[in-house]
Design a protein around this ligand. Structure first.
Ligand code: HSE
Length: 425
């Protein structure tokens, strides 16, 4: 069977990795009801023919029929003549990167949920797939079960995309929501996110915003035609001196409470937009948004991606952003797209260069900050004059440059985090 043959014979699938998502994908591919549902919608259901895992004998709570080969020889499996599509759900850069590369170069299609790999090596893998004429699809890499990549490429093709922004990490949103709503502490909620299978094996990727940075890089590639260097993306809010800790690791329960008292929520928001100079800007950092806004009211593990485009205006994609079953939906959709002969996630878009993103803090913002040290003290006039809204410890400023707000806060407390306020969000 030529893997590029479209829908004529069942696609023969090799699944790499039986973690949270891999297991859920295998369960669906083997499920009779799922298979007949797919057939009823006019698509030949793909066949799971092999599973590649590092330790094939380890019990994983999944019954594999004897016809499904289990192997630890992953290098051989990805170039096996009996395989049309490799589904890579191992995660991480290596060995996933070389396995995906080998599969593409040898004419196999690849479906992956590996955002780190795409964000760091996407332009190389894209070239490999283009050269080999095979499909590389990765809907599962962004926002779990929420379809967002294919709609950006296909359904919004008639638009000029001006901005993409959203909440794309379920773990951190779950942590911030639980801290804000129940006053629970950070460590306690993080272990719960790990138990539920939302967090990555090494949760620092989630809480330090690497995971969201990778996802934003993928969104930017499809929305703006460039692969941004993931390491060039800002992942921390500014502080009075230098930056706050990365991602949500410096967000304090007190700040969430004070934000709520002013009608605001602090959310880890990923944003990419075209700057006035024509260069792309992109960052992932905790920002303050109105609590009643779509971003502010997105809680728990839910993801929300908003695309602001001309002529459509603002459209939003919302749903379960993590978890095995939800994310398996995106992997399965990609397999079915390949079965229909639809090609790669980037569709007809031209190849994209890799670019470094300039920092995006230059523009004027309103800022939100909490100055606990002011309790009971008289608010210094230099602060009260810039306040749009304030309570005893928390302030929202009028739009002003970062340097100006830093200068005013330096005498108060150099460790204050200065959260950008996304007033329009
Ligand atoms: N760790 C990720 C999250 C999983 O929490 O969003 C989905 O990519």
């Amino acid at each position: 069977v030529d893997p590029r043959d479209g829908n004529r014979s069942p696609l023969r699938v090799a699944l790499l990795g039986l973690g949270t998502v891999g297991k859920a994908v295998a369960q669906q591919l083997l499920d009779t009801a799922w298979r007949s549902g797919v057939a009823a919608r006019g698509i030949t259901p793909p066949e799971l023919v092999a599973v590649g895992v590092r330790d094939p004998d380890r019990p994983r709570g999944l019954e594999l029929p004897s016809a499904v080969r289990r192997t630890d020889a992953l290098d051989d499996l990805v170039v096996d003549d009996g395989i049309d599509v490799v589904v890579e759900l191992i995660g991480g850069l290596q060995p996933a990167g070389s396995l995906v590369g080998r599969a593409l170069e040898s004419g196999r299609h690849v479906v992956t949920g590996n955002k780190a790999l795409l964000a760091c090596e996407g332009h190389v893998l894209e070239s490999a797939a283009r050269e080999a004429g095979t499909a590389l699809r990765f809907e599962a890499s962004v926002a779990g079960g929420v379809p967002v990549l294919a709609p950006i490429v296909n359904d919004l093709a008639g638009n000029r995309i001006d901005a993409i922004r959203g909440i794309v990490n379920g773990t951190t949103n779950h942590i911030l929501s639980a801290m804000a709503e129940d006053g629970r502490d950070y460590e306690d909620v993080l272990s719960e996110a790990q138990e539920r299978g939302y967090a990555e094996a090494d949760p620092s990727g989630d809480v330090e915003a690497w995971d969201a940075a990778y996802k934003l890089a993928i969104l930017a590639r499809l929305g703006f035609g460039e692969w941004p260097e993931a390491t060039s993306l800002r992942r921390a809010a500014p502080a009075v001196v230098a930056d706050a800790p990365a991602g949500i690791t410096g967000v304090r329960t007190r700040e969430l409470e004070r934000a709520a008292s002013l009608g605001l929520s602090i959310k880890l928001v990923a944003r990419a937009e075209r700057g006035r100079d024509g260069c792309s800007r992109a960052s992932i950092m905790p920002v303050a948004v109105r609590g009643t806004s779509p971003l502010g009211s997105t809680g728990g593990v839910t993801n929300l991606v908003e695309v602001i485009a001309e002529p459509v205006g603002r459209v939003a994609f919302r749903g379960p952003g993590a978890g095995g079953r939800a994310t398996s939906s995106a992997v399965l959709a990609d397999l079915l797209a390949i079965a229909r002969g639809e090609g790669s996630t980037w569709g007809p878009l031209p190849p994209a260069p890799s670019v470094t993103i300039p920092d995006d803090l230059d523009e004027e913002h309103s800022w939100f900050f909490v100055a606990t040290s002011l309790v009971g003290a008289h608010t210094p006039p230099r602060l009260s004059e810039i306040a749009l809204a304030a309570d005893d410890e928390a302030f929202v400023t009028r739009p002003m440059a970062l340097a100006a707000i830093r200068e005013r806060l330096a005498p108060v407390d150099p460790s204050i985090t200065i959260y950008p306020l996304l007033a329009e969000a």
